[in-house]
Design a protein around this ligand. Structure first.
Ligand code: PLP
Length: 379
C-alpha cells in the first residue's frame, strides 16, 4: 500500500513557521485552555478505549444511534482513516467528491481505488448523475465533505438525500465529513442519522476552535464500527484523556451553545470583511462563491500563472501564507479508466487559492491589508 505525500501539509511546512500571518488556516481561531478545567485526574488511557460509555451515549443520541455505533477518535483525521479501513479493502472502490481535503482522496486511493467527481465552478455545484455514473459493483463508499473544504460549498439536503438514495440502491455507504457543519447558521441533519447507510465523522477542531484536543468521532452502523475498532487498536488505542475531559465540558449544552455562537459570530464578521475586500479587488480578477464556514476559494488574479506561483510570490513579498488550489487536486496516480487521474481538474484548481478567515479579526485585517498592497503593487 502506498500513500502520496500530503501536499497541503508540505506547503505549510515550507512557509508557516517563518511567515507573519497565516491566512490559510481552515478552522476558527483556537480557544484558550483557561476556559476549561484541564485536570482529568489520573493520566491513563481512556477506558473503555473507544470512549467513556456515558459520554458516547450522549453523542450517539445526537445521531439517533446507540453507543455501539460510535467511537471516539483522535480528530476527524483518525475517524476518516478508520472509516476507510473498515469499509474498504484492496479490491474495493470509492467515489469521492472533489476538490476536497487530501486525506479524503488519498487514503481510499491507497486502500483500494477511487473515482473522482468534480464540483463545478464557479458555484461548486454537484451533479449527482455524475456520481451515479461512477458507481461500480465493488463501490463501497461515496465520500463527501459538507460544508466543503476548500470551496465553502454547502450542499443542500436535497443533494445529500439524492446521494443517500444512490448508496441505498447500490448497497454502499455515504461517508460525510461534517467537521465544518456547526459553522453553518442552519446545519443540515447529520448523515449518520439518515439511516443504516450513513456514516458521519467530525471533531471539535474546526467549529469549536479546539484542534489541540485531538478529539473527534466516527458514527455509523454497528458492523462498520466493529471493524473500525479492530483497526483503532493499531492506530491510537484510545483518544487522549485530556481531549475527552475538555471535550465533555465544551459539549455541555449551555457551554456548547455559547462557544458556537461566538465562533459563528466571528466567522460572519470576518466573512463580511473578506467579501468587501474581494469586491474592492474585483477589477484585478478576485472573486469567490460565497462560502459557508471559514474557507473561501478565491480566483487567482490575472497575470500570475498558477496558484502556486501566486501564493509563493505573496508569501515571499508580504509574509502571508495562502493555500494554492493545486494542493486539493488529490491523487495523481490513478489510471485513465478509473477516472482518478484528472489533469483537467488539476489545472482548473491552479486558478484558485484558499483563504482561511477564521483567525482573530485584527490579524485578518492586517493580512488583507498586506494582500491589498501586494495587488496594488503588481497592477
Ligand atoms: C475536511 C477535513 N477533515 C478533517 C480534517 C482534520 O481535522 P481534525 O483536526 O479533526 O483531525 C480537516 C483539516 O483541515 C479537514 O479540512
Amino acid at each position: 500500500m502506498e500513500i502520496e505525500p500530503f501536499s497541503l501539509e508540505h506547503w505549510f511546512d515550507q512557509y508557516e513557521h517563518s511567515a507573519d500571518i497565516m491566512l490559510a488556516e481552515s478552522g476558527i481561531r483556537s480557544l484558550d485552555s483557561s476556559e476549561f478545567d484541564t485536570d482529568p485526574g489520573e493520566l491513563g488511557y481512556v477506558i473503555p478505549t473507544d470512549g467513556d460509555p456515558e459520554f458516547k451515549a450522549e453523542i450517539a443520541a445526537r445521531y439517533d444511534r446507540g453507543p455501539e455505533e460510535i467511537a471516539f477518535t483522535c480528530g476527524t483525521q483518525e475517524a476518516n482513516f478508520l472509516a476507510f479501513l473498515a469499509a474498504m479493502d484492496e479490491g474495493s472502490h470509492a467515489v469521492v467528491v472533489t476538490p476536497t481535503y487530501q486525506s479524503l482522496q488519498a487514503v481510499p486511493d491507497a486502500v483500494g481505488e477511487i473515482s473522482r467527481v468534480c464540483l463545478e465552478p464557479p458555484n461548486w455545484s454537484l451533479d449527482v448523475e455524475k456520481v451515479k455514473e461512477e458507481i461500480r459493483p465493488e463501490t463501497e463508499l461515496i465520500v463527501i465533505n459538507n460544508p466543503n473544504n476548500p470551496t465553502g460549498q454547502y450542499h443542500s439536503q436535497e443533494t445529500i438525500e439524492a446521494l443517500y438514495d444512490v448508496v441505498v440502491a447500490n448497497d454502499a455507504y455515504l461517508l460525510c465529513d461534517e467537521v465544518y457543519r456547526l459553522l453553518a447558521d442552519d446545519p443540515l441533519p447529520l448523515v449518520a442519522s439518515m439511516g443504516e447507510y450513513g456514516i458521519s465523522t467530525t471533531s471539535l477542531t474546526k467549529a469549536y476552535g479546539l484542534a489541540g484536543l485531538r478529539f473527534g468521532w466516527l458514527c455509523g452502523p454497528a458492523e462498520l464500527l466493529e471493524k473500525a475498532r479492530q483497526w483503532k487498536d493499531y492506530t491510537t488505542i484510545s483518544p487522549s484523556i485530556f481531549g475527552q475531559h475538555v471535550a465533555r465540558q465544551a459539549l455541555e449544552e449551555e457551554r456548547e451553545a455559547n462557544i458556537l455562537a461566538r465562533n459563528r459570530d466571528l466567522a460572519a464578521r470576518n466573512r463580511e470583511r473578506v467579501r468587501e475586500f474581494i469586491a474592492a479587488h474585483e477589477h484585478q480578477g478576485l472573486s469567490w462563491h460565497d462560502p459557508v464556514g471559514v474557507n473561501g476559494f478565491l480566483t487567482v488574479p490575472d497575470g500570475f500563472g498558477s496558484a502556486k506561483s501566486f501564493c509563493r510570490q505573496v508569501v515571499e513579498e508580504e509574509s502571508i501564507v495562502l493555500a494554492p488550489g493545486e494542493c486539493f487536486a488529490g491523487p495523481s496516480g490513478g489510471s485513465e479508466e478509473d477516472g482518478a487521474e484528472s489533469p483537467s481538474e488539476a489545472s482548473d484548481l491552479e486558478n484558485y487559492f484558499r483563504l482561511g478567515f477564521g483567525l482573530p479579526s485584527a490579524e485578518l485585517a492586517e493580512g488583507l491589508s498586506r494582500l491589498g498592497d501586494f495587488l496594488e503593487r503588481h497592477y
